[in-house]
Each structure stands twice: as C-alpha cells, then as structure tokens.
Design a protein around this ligand. Structure first.
Ligand code: CP3
Length: 342
C-alpha cells in the first residue's frame, strides 16, 4: 500500500498493511527548517504565500515520512476572510473588534472561498502535485464553536466566559453566529476537497469546554452540517474536539468518518463508545514527546494496542509542542513501521 491508500483505508475502517501515522501541527516550530523559513517572514505572510506554505507542509514528510501531510495554514484565516481583522501576537491570535450583537453578526461576510482564500487553495493544489502520493493530503477548517470563541473573546481564553455568556444569555445571537461560521466552513471545506485535499479535518478544539447539553445545542448540529459537506465533496471527514471524553456518545452522532481523540480517554473506551462505524485517530499525549525516544515508542505502541489494527490513525492527542526534540518526533513516526506484527 502507498501512504494515501493506507491512510484512506484506515479512514474507511478497511484492512491496512500497518497503522498510518501523522502528527497535528507537524509543520511548525519544533523543526529547524521551519524556523529558518519563519525567520524571514511573519506567520500570516507564510500562510498567504502558496509556495512557502507548500514548502513548509512538505518539510515533515521529507524528514520523517508521515502517511498524511496536513496543509500549512491556520483556522484564523477564515475568520479574517469573513471580515475580522486578525493579528498574531506572542499570546496567539487577536481580533480587533470582538462580536457583541446581532448587528455585528450580520456584518460578517460569507464569501466565495476561491475569491477570499485563493492562496490556501493554491497551496493545496501545489502540495498535492509535489507529494506524488508520498502522503495523503489533509485539509482543515476551524469548528464553529472554536471560531466563535475567537470572534467573541477577541483572542484566546482560559474560561471562555464571553462566548459562554453569549450562549446562555443571547442564544439567538450565538446561533446566528454559529450558523454563519458553519455555512462558510462547509463551503471552504468542500473547496479544499476540490483543490486536492484527500481528507478534511474539522478542528473544533475548544468545543470540549462545553457541557454535554451545550455541546448538543451549540456545537453538534453545526459540526454535522460541515461533516455532510465534506462527505458530499467525496472525501472522509475527521472531527477533533480537545477534551472529548464526556461527549463521545454525542460526537458519535455527528457523522464523521474519523474522530480524533485526545489523551484523556483510552482509545479502547473511545472506540466502544463511538461504535463500530467510526475510525479513531490519536491519542498520545504531546508531552510524552518531550521525553525520550524509548518512552515515545512505548506510548505509541500502547495507543496502537488500545485501538487495534483497523480503523486507527496514529496521531497525538493535540498538536506537537515547539520544544519537542527531533529524535522523539522520529520515534513517533517510526513506531508503526517497526511494530511487531499483532
Ligand atoms: O497541523 C498542522 O501542522 C497544520 C497547521 C495548523 C496551524 N494551526 C499552524 C499554526 C493547524 C491545523 C492549526 C489549527 C489551529 N489554529 C487551531 C485548532 C487546532 C489546535 O491546534 O488547537 C487553533 C485553535 C488555532 C489558532 C492558533 N494559531 C493559535 C492558538 C496559535 C498560537 C499558538 C501557537 O502555537 O503559537 C496559532 C499560530 C500557529 N498556527 C502556529 C502554527 C505553526 C505558530 C506560528 C508561528 O509562530 O510560527
């Protein structure tokens, strides 16, 4: 099997010659070759330059040989395309004028993705061409709740107090905002599939902060709409919610082909609660990769053991951390290649 065949077979829960592997945030600051590119351009310029974005996307594939290549971009570019002014400071993304009212929601645009994010789609086309089936190309969009939290908080948050206050006290405004974000994400995800993405991951990272009831009302229906759009475009949908353990029974209803699971729940349990119709991705704690290659190999094998050999994509439970040593990243990618036959 070549890498795209292996990756897509795992998404479809079909037999594989070995477990496919990649890492969320695999193109990034733990790589010296990424830091070299970044020393010349700022982050948004990098995202908006198809040649550089493509080069950076391919760096981890060239160094380690993952089975999937996630396109280098950011969920915040869609926020900008919808009309917000976004900047990246030391504390992460910042938005100039946070959303407070229905009038603010009405001002947001739902543009044509080809017109609003041509560089992102061009980066996908170039990367797909450069890959020559060395890895499956993975596109992504931000989940509605996660994007709404940036729109309403104006940046990152620990408590999510502003967005949650909107959910609980102004639910009509929240629903209008979430519906608009889902509408654009659905179009943008389909455009990515048409530009060559062989799977699309929906990063609704912060939806894990919601209670199950709030998740069911404010996250699930919007995620399901995006998943339907991805699947209608002919590629598998992967859903990632960081802190999914309390919501797996709800997440099972969203229709995703693959659920990306964080490290707070064992994959055996996740699989049992998600049901046989869903593949799992994950779920090694990124902090294990701050230790030793041997510890990484042990943790990766434990994840493969818990998940079983079919319908599993080995990944981290969240993004790779910038201080990760190269040898530990390599041990992670090599683990399924060197595993004893089960
Ligand atoms: O997985 C990948 O390698 C693809 C690229 C990717 C990035 N961001 C690159 C990035 C993806 C899939 C994302 C998604 C993203 N961006 C999410 C959801 C998933 C997650 O990781 O939680 C969120 C919440 C964001 C918003 C965002 N972008 C934050 C909070 C930050 C700052 C934190 C940080 O890591 O610096 C970013 C910046 C960002 N996005 C960087 C990268 C490589 C660092 C930029 C740099 O300084 O070079």
């Amino acid at each position: 099997m070549n890498a795209p065949e292996r990756f897509l077979a795992a998404c479809a829960r079909a037999p594989v010659d070995r477990t496919p592997v990649w890492m969320m945030r695999q193109a990034g600051r733990y790589l010296p070759e990424y830091r070299t590119v970044r020393s010349r351009v700022d982050f948004l310029t990098l995202c908006k330059s198809p040649d550089l974005a493509s080069e950076v996307s391919l760096q981890p594939i060239e160094r380690f040989g993952m089975d999937a290549c996630v396109i280098f971009s950011d969920i915040m570019l869609a926020v900008e395309a919808m009309g917000a002014s976004v900047s990246f400071g030391d504390s992460g993304p910042q938005i100039d004028a946070p959303i407070r009212s229905m009038a603010d929601v009405e001002r947001l645009r739902v543009p044509d993705p080809e017109a609003a994010l041509p560089y992102a789609l061009e980066a996908l086309r170039r990367t797909r061409e450069e890959l020559h089936d060395r890895a499956a190309l993975v596109g992504f969009v931000g989940g509605p709740f996660t994007l709404a939290s940036y729109f309403v908080e104006g940046g990152g948050s620990r408590t999510f107090a502003a967005i949650k206050t909107m959910l609980y006290a102004q639910s009509a405004v929240a629903h209008a905002l979430l519906a608009k974000l889902a509408d654009f994400a659905a179009r943008y995800a389909a455009a990515q599939a048409h530009a060559g993405a062989q799977a699309v991951q929906l990063f609704d990272t912060w939806a894990g902060e919601l209670s199950p009831a709030a998740y069911e009302e404010f996250a699930l229906p919007y995620q399901a709409a995006i998943v339907r759009s991805i699947r209608s475009a002919g590629v598998p949908a992967i859903l990632f919610v960081n802190g999914c353990a309390g919501k797996l029974d709800l997440i099972a209803k969203c229709g995703a082909d693959v659920v990306s699971v964080d490290w707070r729940v064992d994959l055996r349990e996740a699989r049992a609660r998600l049901g046989a119709g869903v593949a799992v991705q994950g779920n090694v704690d990124p902090c294990v990769l701050l230790t030793t290659p041997d510890a990484v190999t042990t943790a990766a094998r434990a994840a493969m053991e818990s998940a079983g050999p079919t319908g599993h994509i080995l990944n981290l439970g969240h993004g790779v951390l910038p201080p990760t040593p190269i040898e530990c990243a390599r041990a992670f990618v090599d683990a399924p290649k060197t595993a004893v036959v089960r």
